[in-house]
Design a binder for this molecule. Structure first.
Ligand code: NAD
Length: 465
């Protein structure tokens, strides 16, 4: 069985992949398991060298990869280039594995007794990834896992599987041994076969919270190590001292970049005091100037959403909330839907004076819809953000250090931004949220990822004289 992949702006077929059933997943995992025996024995310095070559090859294919992301996802080429750049940074981080994997030692913990702790790889690791970052999110996972000595089986989203095939091809070009990195395609059934396979030691997942929770529970039942990053609803607090063009630009980029389909998208502005009175018309004006179109065309600032189902889900929210009395500002952007541009396009929408308890202000809509909520004080704004079931990211816009400091100390999120629309993942710091934005303890990226993909062994030794 195959999945046909389309250009999300034009619906033109651009490739297809075959779905892996449980038996095929088992074969791929068996090969990965066999490869683990030799790969884990390759000195870490040599394993790191594969990733120096890989980073270099990704750099040379940067444009090509960005085009693949843009076409299968719909996002703009600039956004796609940015995500490939973040992915390359994760590979560069993995190049430091000889230092990252170092253990600890303490001599003479008792008379004549020394103690060391050493990190070892786990075995076969699996990655299950979402549609919205087809290059970056796989690159959060397999470079660190593989450089640490594991082998890896990736199952990308069936909506955007082609970029993973390119990442695999590039690994082959860099002469990664067979079975070290594999890609299988499919949806729930393929993912479950992977999680349940006895030779899979650890599961990394990024996607919606509902699926993240189910995957974590399944993996825990099978006694696997698991990290499952889930969905988000991110609040951007704007103080009255920060109503200016730079804030407006940052909010627009955060809310409508990637057509709002980012786990870090700021989809609610919490305007404090009178900030909303001036900010709301600025945002509506700026949104009206966004150029919609095919992501891979020059000058496009917002592409379509990923599918008709996504469009229907987003429109459902819009209709329900219009009925609940929120004030809709529909900026009149200039998308001309032509025969070529027949994808699931939606113009950016801004709702003002939204009830902070409404679906629009609480649920992850995952589309180009921005809600403006009014709050009377910073305290109230932080409270609104902290009432969310999610806790991925939140930002404050202010010129006041005291407000920024208070926000950073009290906001319940994994990533807090100060005067930035997106508190973006950095390869060398852990990345992930809190509450329903993560299931599992260790995050992606940074030393959390090194800890996730390795186990420690403590050796206590005494040498009789
Ligand atoms: P999704 O949860 O629908 O799918 C994610 C992956 O899980 C895909 O590979 C899919 O095939 C697979 N899958 C779907 N249902 C499954 C099931 N029942 N059992 C096993 N596997 C299953 O997510 P999506 O629509 O591809 O991506 C959007 C979501 O991802 C949003 O909620 C977004 O916030 C989230 N996301 C989170 C982060 C983060 O860092 N926290 C980053 C990117 C995206």
């Amino acid at each position: 069985m195959h999945v046909q992949v389309t250009d999300k702006a034009t619906r033109e077929p651009i490739g297809r992949v075959s779905i892996a059933r449980a038996a095929e997943v088992a074969e791929v995992v068996a090969r990965a398991s066999e490869a683990f025996a030799t790969w884990s024995d390759v000195p870490v310095v040599e394993r790191a060298r594969f990733f120096f070559r890989y980073a270099d090859a990704l750099e040379r294919r940067h444009q090509d990869l960005a085009l693949s992301v843009s076409r299968e996802n719909g996002k703009t080429l600039a956004d796609a280039r940015g995500e490939v750049r973040r992915g390359i940074e994760a590979v560069e981080f993995a190049c430091g594995m000889p230092s990252l994997m170092m253990g600890d030692a303490l001599s003479n913990v008792a008379r004549g007794v020394d103690c060391t702790s050493t990190r070892y790889p786990l075995g076969v690791c699996a990655g299950i990834t979402p549609f919205n970052f087809p290059a970056m999110i796989p690159l959060w996972m397999f470079p660190i896992a593989i450089a640490a000595g594991n082998t890896f089986v990736l199952k990308p989203s069936p909506q955007t599987p082609l970029t993973s095939e390119r990442l695999l091809e590039i690994a082959h070009d860099c002469r990664f041994p067979d079975g070290v990195l594999s890609v299988v395609h499919g949806g729930q059934e393929t993912a479950e076969a992977l999680i349940e396979h006895p030779a899979v030691a650890a599961v990394s997942f990024v996607g919606s919270s509902k699926v993240a929770r189910a995957i974590q529970e399944r993996a825990v039942r099978a006694h696997k190590r698991v990290q499952a990053l889930g969905g988000a609803k991110n609040y951007l607090i704007v103080m009255p001292d920060a109503v200016n063009a730079a804030t407006c630009e940052a909010v627009i980029g955060s809310a409508f970049g990637g057509a709002g389909q980012r786990c870090l998208a700021g989809s609610v502005v919490v305007a404090v005091g009178d900030a909303g009175d001036a900010l709301a018309p600025m945002l509506v004006d700026a949104a009206a100037r966004l150029r919609l179109g095919r992501g891979s065309d020059d000058g496009t600032e917002m592409g379509p959403v990923v599918s008709d189902d996504a469009l229907a889900r987003i429109n459902g929210y819009v209709e329900r909330d219009v009925a609940s009395g929120a004030l809709l500002c529909r900026p009149s952007t200039q998308l001309r839907v032509t025969q070529e541009l027949s994808g699931a396009f939606l113009e950016p929408l801004i709702f003002d004076r939204v009830d902070p308890t409404s679906e629009l202000a609480r649920d992850e809509i995952f589309g180009p819809v921005l809600a403006i909520v009014r709050a009377s004080s910073l305290d109230e704004a932080i409270e609104i953000a902290n009432r969310s079931r999610y806790g991925n990211a939140s930002s404050i816009f202010t010129r006041d250090g005291g407000s920024a400091r208070e926000f950073a100390a009290r906001v319940e999120v994994g990533m807090a931004g100060i005067n930035v629309g997106i508190a973006a993942p950095m390869a060398f710091f852990p990345f992930g949220g809190v509450k329903d934005s993560i299931f599992g303890d260790l995050r992606c990226h940074g030393m959390d990822a090194v800890a996730f993909y390795t186990q420690q062994r403590v050796v206590v030794s005494r040498w009789p004289s």
